[in-house]
Design a protein around this ligand. Sequence first.
Ligand SMILES: [Fe+2]
Length: 155
Amino acid sequence: MIDASEHRIERSEGSAPQSLWTEHQALAASAERVELALRTLSIGGAGPATGPLAQDLLDEFRRRLLRHFELEERGGLLDGLAAAEPRFERRVAKLRSDHVEFRLRAAELEAEVIDGGWAVVHARFLVFRRDLAVHEQAENELLQRAHLEDIGGRG
Ligand SMILES: [Fe+2]
C-alpha cells in the first residue's frame, strides 16, 4: 500500500497531478478483475468470450503495473527515500530490483496465457499478487518510517 497523502506525483507531461494512491487503487481493482476471470476459466465455468476478456484484462493489469512503477521511479519516491536516510539505500535498491523482476514476470504471465492452461495462469497470478503485496508492504513501511523519523527529528 502506498501512503498517497505524502506522495503526490506531478506528471512531467504537464497534466493534472497524479496520486500514487489513485494509481494503486486502480491497479488493485484491475488485479481483482484479472483474478476473477482467471478463476472462472480455471474451473471451467467460463463462456467463449472469457478467454479473450482475461487476456485483455491481464494486458491492462500489466500496463497499469508498469505505469505504477514508472510513477514511483520517475516521480522521485524511491530517490527521496534513499536520499532521506543513507541506511535506507539497500532497501530502496531491493525495491528497485523488485520492479525489474515484476516487469519480467508480468510479461511472462501474458506469455503463459498462450502457452499454458488457465489453471496454471491462475495459480501464477495468485503468487504474483502475493509477492506484489509483500513488495508494496515493504515500500509502505519504509515510507512510514521515513515520515515518522522526519516528524520525530523536527520535534
Ligand atoms: Fe514499488
